[in-house]
Write a protein of this length. Structure first.
Length: 137
């Protein structure tokens, strides 16, 4: 998954990259991969789609906040295919070009339900913490 990168400018007006954040532990990387997998599974729940359409839908649905690059999308699609969550077949697009279309499997639908429940619980828990106005005793 792609996280937006913010650039600032220095006094002279030149673009300056933000400071490099500290290295993330292994768990958040797995979390990011799992997040992208969930987004792909949800997108494919509407029907078969090729990679470009999947990335475009995610970008549109998130109001341009999440932009999935090819370097993240295709490894995730291959990973999901290897795990049996999706299948792929070559077809012609609406523009008469050959593209690989991905489709959710029964296992993929089960994974989508399970991961959606987990993420819903996670978001609710995070919301409780972020809305807290007093320190717990």
């Amino acid at each position: 998954m792609y996280a937006p990168v913010l650039y600032t400018s220095n006094v002279e007006g030149n673009a300056v990259s933000p400071p490099t954040p500290p290295a993330m532990p292994t768990t958040p990387l797995d979390l990011l991969q799992g997040t992208l997998d969930l987004l792909i599974l949800k997108t494919l729940a509407w029907g078969p789609a090729h990679g470009y359409a999947i990335a475009r839908w995610i970008q549109q649905l998130t109001g341009q906040v999440l932009i999935v690059g090819e370097g993240s999308l295709y490894p995730a699609l291959h990973r999901l295919e290897e795990r049996g969550a999706i299948t792929a077949e070559w077809r012609l697009t609406e523009h008469n070009r050959r593209a690989k279309f991905y489709k959710l499997t029964t296992n993929g639908r089960q994974q989508l339900r399970a991961e959606t429940a987990t993420w819903t619980q996670f978001v609710e828990a995070m919301g409780k913490v972020l809305r807290a106005t007093e320190q717990p005793v």
